[in-house]
Design a protein around this ligand. Structure first.
Ligand SMILES: Cc1cc2nc3c(=O)[nH]c(=O)nc-3n(C[C@H](O)[C@H](O)[C@H](O)COP(=O)(O)OP(=O)(O)OC[C@H]3O[C@@H](n4cnc5c(N)ncnc54)[C@H](O)[C@@H]3O)c2cc1C
Length: 494
């Protein structure tokens, strides 16, 4: 492994220069600032590695700044809590191990980041990459607002093969992108260098962050109706435990049956459980892939299936959101799919449910209701059920536009891994046939792939899944009632 001081530079293909420095620096070069957004981790983070490398090259200090948006795509207490608790660990970790200061700013990043750069006289802003339009727009604004003396670099620290290297265009399906990604793996699926503390120290003291105060404040104001999850511990250490832990780690204990069990919702531990960590960037997909690859000789099918999801499908989702501006609307569907959906938009439906009925899981289908409950209470619906769940929304609403809107609304509100390119593409795949092919034409769905209860019954033990969700929800309700009682008790004895 190379260390950061002797460090290899991050591969040029991983970096996009969003803005060159427009004027030559007259005096000294200013510090480097890494605006951390999507890749919230210290380890295995190409954006951080690039920031430290650039700082050492110019012999200047480096800082990490995180902007806490007032609102982000309707995130709730569940999401803010997971993220902020992860960031609390990260801030301590990065300051202790790398002596890099971590700053938390609050508001709109278009304002806070340029202000921060101005105050510390930075010459380089490094950011990580997200294809979502809000983030891209925000970066474009930041580039306009920072001084001519500041350059802005975007590093794809999320994808194994940088998005723009894998493909320069909107890909049609996994089939069209798979070869493009796999041919670059020897170049990009490489080990990470270890980072050492930067050679120049940050001079000004950063105010300690009162994390309890920040977390309590945010959680009391934002989306308390979707509470935090107790089962899913946030942070890099917990993420590595899920990947490699001795007790129940995915690669250490659960990998063997992945290729079969991942499609069985009644066996929830058949999946890796990594999506919350991947979504918040608390673990690097590249680390997961490197570790999984080491086990290929003993579990070839499982490893291949996992890498297909982790790399090909996940990176295909980023490709869609980056190159398709309408990634979350019917306008983003391929022509054949839009046509078939509109041809069948007025077809008679056996049931029509409102958003409220769906949200409360009040349909005539116990399997669907169970999956909705799994999402609302547990915060992570099984991957196989997500497809069935979304397709039924198409069947039970007044048309594809409404179906897609409700699907994205519920997904983003309740799934701990929601508000992610995988989520937009998952909903678009299920309802609009994105990355899929046309199938035999039928009412409502037209040529979009169909799924039904009978098919699920053939594939897995439906009753066992429903019983599993009921037990889960029962336990959660019991715990909630106990907590309420003990809160009341405390108030009475005060
Ligand atoms: C309607 C619908 C909505 C979805 N919403 C989301 C979402 O909001 N966030 C999210 O991360 N995923 C979403 N997915 C994709 C997939 O269902 C989840 O990534 C997976 O269930 C997460 O659980 P896991 O990490 O235990 O899965 P594993 O099977 O262990 O997969 C490992 C990783 O591979 C990637 N992956 C797996 N399946 C897919 C897929 N179909 N497309 C792209 N990447 C994939 C994910 O990063 C996942 O964490 C959705 C799929 C559908 C059909």
């Amino acid at each position: 492994m190379a260390s950061a001081t002797s460090q290899m530079a991050v591969q040029a293909g991983r970096i996009r220069v969003l803005k060159e420095r427009l004027r030559e620096l007259e005096g000294e070069v200013g510090p480097v600032v890494y605006w951390m957004f999507r890749d919230q981790r210290v380890r295995d983070n190409w954006a951080l590695i690039h920031a430290v490398h650039q700082a050492n090259k110019d012999s200047v200090p480096v800082a990490v700044v995180f902007n806490l948006f007032d609102q982000f795509l309707g995130a709730k207490a569940r999401h803010f809590g997971f993220m902020l608790r992860g960031l609390r660990q990260l801030s301590r970790d990065i300051e202790h191990t790398l002596h890099i200061p971590f700053f938390l700013v609050q508001g709109e990043a278009e304002d806070t980041i340029p202000n921060f750069l101005r105050e510390c006289g930075a010459s380089l802003l490094v950011t990580d990459f997200s294809p979502l339009r809000e983030v891209q727009r925000c970066k474009a604004d930041i580039c306009k607002r920072v001084s001519d003396l500041v350059a802005v670099h975007e590093v794809d620290a999320h994808n194994v093969v940088p998005l723009w290297v894998a493909s320069e265009k909107l890909e049609y399906s996994a089939k069209t992108i798979r070869g493009k990604i796999t041919k670059r793996l020897s170049e990009y699926l490489i080990d990470f260098p270890t980072i050492e503390p930067p050679t120049r120290k940050w001079v000004t003291e950063n105010q300690p962050i009162d994390w309890d105060d920040v977390i309590d404040g945010v959680l009391s104001r934002k989306g308390a109706e979707v509470p935090e999850l107790q089962w899913c511990e946030p942070g890099e250490i917990a993420a590595m435990e899920v990947l490699m832990g001795n007790k129940n780690g995915f690669l250490t204990k659960r990998l063997k049956n992945y290729s079969v069990d991942r499609n069985d919702p009644s066996k929830p531990s058949g999946l890796s459980g990594l999506s919350p960590y991947l979504h918040f960037g608390q673990i690097s997909a590249q680390r997961c892939a490197l570790e999984a690859r080491k086990l290929r000789s003993s579990s070839p099918q499982a490893v291949d299936a996992f890498l297909e999801e982790l790399i090909v499908r996940r990176e295909l989702a980023d490709n869609f959101c980056f190159y398709q501006p309408h990634y979350d609307s019917l306008m983003g569907a391929w022509e054949w799919a839009r046509k078939t959906l509109l041809d069948h938009a007025k077809d008679k439906r056996e049931h029509i449910y409102s958003r409220e009925q769906l949200e409360k899981g009040q349909t005539a289908d116990p399997l669907w209701n169970a999956s909705q409950k799994e999402m609302v209470y547990h915060g992570k619906m099984h991957g196989y059920m997500r497809m069935y769940w979304a397709k039924k929304i198409l069947e039970w609403t007044s048309g594809p536009e409404e179906a897609l809107e409700i699907c994205i609304y519920l997904n983003d509100k309740y799934e701990i891994d929601g508000r992610d390119p995988n989520g937009y593409v998952g909903c678009m795949w299920s309802i609009c046939g994105v990355h899929d092919q046309g199938w035999r034409e039928r009412p409502i769905f037209g040529k979009i792939r169909y799924m039904n209860y009978a098919g699920c019954k053939r594939k897995f033990d439906v009753d066992r899944y429903i019983a599993y969700v009921n037990k889960l929800v029962g336990e959660l309700r019991k715990r909630k009632a106990e907590n309420l009682l003990s809160e009341k008790d405390k108030v009475l004895h005060r």
